[in-house]
Design a protein around this ligand. Structure first.
Ligand code: B12
Length: 295
């Protein structure tokens, strides 16, 4: 269920007058529905879209139900500061602050893909070196991972629900790979790009993915590879690439160690480095994917 707001909630959130709201409503600047009693309601995702597109400042985030978001709009030069603050909040295990910063980046206009490639990956990379000189760094790392997942899940709530007939992407990380954040972001990026998704998460048996894609009518399969790949697993992943390609489904491999697989080039097989690349592919691949699923 999407969160529904009144026009007054939106007005309070961005500090807009009743007359501005009436003007926007009359001109169709945002989509709204009506309750049985005739009252106007706006979905949270539609309100966020409107705020992002108009560059409005969120002066009262609580009116949108976003208690954690700092009340400020964000000029681009502030992003660096937020990136640094995010690293600090994750290091300190301050979940509310970190969630708020990630949400502020999104409400400020950054895409989920860019947030994943930028601030999240940057902060986690820095957190990742701590364990080398401080055993307690491992605890910090685990906590930061959980907080990132909380934030990604919040971002998901803010994305419009994909249409029932939108193409489907499925994926996860391969069997020996425990990394949970990359596929959580990949799934959110697919939704942001208008797709439906089924994320199987870390440690997914690769040999099950082709059948899962076929049975569910997926148009794209992603695989995240962030840990060393043993030779037997390498063979499994290459076999999967061939099977998926034969099914004429897009196969996307990404992650820090994806290039080490040396997957042979084939039609519909992509080795990507970044979430923004996945997003670009998902948007570009859309018409083909729709044609394939018959819509
Ligand atoms: C969190 C973490 C862990 C957690 C994972 C928890 C969990 N369930 O997810 C735990 C504690 C389990 C862990 C364990 C280990 N870890 Co660790 N870990 C990390 C850390 C800090 C963050 C990883 C992360 O989630 N990053 C956030 C994501 C968003 O960023 P990303 O992975 O870079 O992904 C980006 C791209 O690669 C790409 N991408 C990723 N997947 C996909 C998929 C697609 C389709 C696309 C298009 C793009 C894409 O997009 C993302 C955004 O740009 C990294 C540090 C780092 N530099 O990454 C170390 C790190 C990866 N770990 C490291 C090590 C050494 C280990 C251990 C060996 C430690 C140990 N001694 O036990 C084990 C090995 C585990 C294993 N089986 O492989 C090293 C690896 C060094 C190396 N030589 O490769 C790192 C780099 C830390 C360091 N600097 O030493 N780790």
């Amino acid at each position: 269920m999407e969160i529904l707001l009144t026009t007054r909630d939106l007005g309070r959130a961005i500090g807009a007058s009743d007359s501005s709201l009436r003007r926007w409503t009359d001109s169709g600047a945002f989509r709204s529905t009506r309750t049985v009693g005739g009252h106007r309601r706006i979905t949270l995702s539609e309100a966020i879209r409107f705020i992002r597109e108009t560059g409005a400042s969120v002066v009262e985030p609580a009116a949108l139900g976003l208690k954690d978001v700092p009340a400020a709009d964000m000029p681009p030069d502030q992003r660096d500061a937020i990136q640094e603050q995010l690293h600090q909040a994750l290091s300190e295990g301050d979940a509310a602050k970190a969630r708020g910063q990630i949400l502020a980046l999104y409400v400020g206009g950054m895409s989920v893909a860019a947030i994943g490639d930028g601030p999240v990956s940057f902060a986690m990379e820095r957190i990742g070196v701590r364990w080398q000189h401080d055993p307690a760094g491992i605890i910090v790392e685990h906590r930061a991972t959980d907080i990132c997942l909380q934030a990604i899940s919040l971002l998901r709530q803010m994305l419009p629900t994909p249409a029932d007939d939108a193409p489907l992407a499925i994926g996860g990380a391969f069997q020996d790979d425990p990394y949970i954040i990359p596929s959580a972001i990949a799934a959110a990026v697919m939704v942001e790009s208008g797709w439906r998704e089924a994320n199987f998460g870390p440690n997914t048996p690769v040999e099950l993915l082709a059948a899962a894609a076929r049975e569910r009518g997926a148009a794209l399969v992603w695989l995240s590879v962030s840990t060393e790949v043993a030779p037997a697993r390498r063979r499994e992943i290459k076999r999967l690439a061939t099977q998926i390609s034969q099914l004429q489904i897009q196969f996307v491999v990404g992650g820090r160690l994806a290039p080490s697989l040396a997957i042979p080039r084939a039609s519909g097989v992509h080795v990507l480095q970044k979430m923004v690349e996945l997003s670009a592919l998902a948007r570009g691949a859309m018409p083909g994917a729709r044609a394939k699923t018959g819509h």
